[in-house]
Design a protein around this ligand. Sequence first.
Ligand code: NDP
Length: 262
Amino acid sequence: MQFVVVGNPIHHSLSPLLHNYAFRLLGINAFYGRYCLSQEKDFRFLETLGLKGANITIPFKEIAFRSCDETFGIAKKIEAVNTIIFCKGKIFGYNTDAMGFYQCIESFKFKNALILGAGGSSKALACILQEKNIDTTILNRSSERLKSFSGFEAYTFDSFKPKKTYDIVINATPSGLIENSLPMQRGQLIEILKDAQLAFDLIYGRETPFLALAKSLQIPIQDGKNMLINQAILAFEIFMESQGIVFDKNLLSNAMRTSWLI
Ligand code: NDP
């Protein structure tokens, strides 16, 4: 059985590490690789390569959604999928990013949230937060992508005047991924962060300027590592259930969480 993560760029993806380590520990005869796609394509071609399923990452989550014959759960609302399975010429799509994120913050019982960024992951987070009755505001540096957030309070950085405090502030922009920049102007960000209970950055593997600023204001921080692991666990479950493979879910969770340490 083979699976892949499809994206561009893809060399940095840790998904093969997580899934292959879990296959090994659970004694499942399967392999998970990377596939760099140079341009948009109907994802049906992956089944002809003998694959049973795939994870989809930047920038193909929306096009993958449009390739699906059927989508399930919150993927319909987000209109983006990060997990697909192939079944007799059909593609079934899911979005595990949203729940993967929510599982990280579920225990906090937040009442409201502010998301910086209006891309695919921001949409996934906004939909799950709304579904969980957490009042959510979106901020973005430009206005175009805010159009897809109907039903939310959504502002550009320039037009935003904070009227309330936010329990959680989330950086869902790639700012800080490579270069050492904040997603928005420092003074404005301090104003937003100063009463927050948690600053969450989707970026993982480094302390971003966003998290460093929150830390300097004594605000608890969390990076995107657990979100990555949670979405991978949920995707793994979908892959295995589609193949009728029964496995120990506690062992899977332990495998994915410790794979990070090898
Ligand atoms: P998108 O490209 O879809 O969206 C990026 C958004 O960030 C856009 O709204 C864009 O604004 C804004 N943006 C881009 N650069 C900057 C900048 N320098 N300063 C301020 N705003 C900026 O990306 P995704 O939503 O898919 O991903 C966002 C981040 O989340 C990435 O770093 C990704 O790696 C991470 N991620 C982590 C996951 C995890 O499991 N931990 C899962 C998914 C994503 P504009 O509209 O003006 O272009």
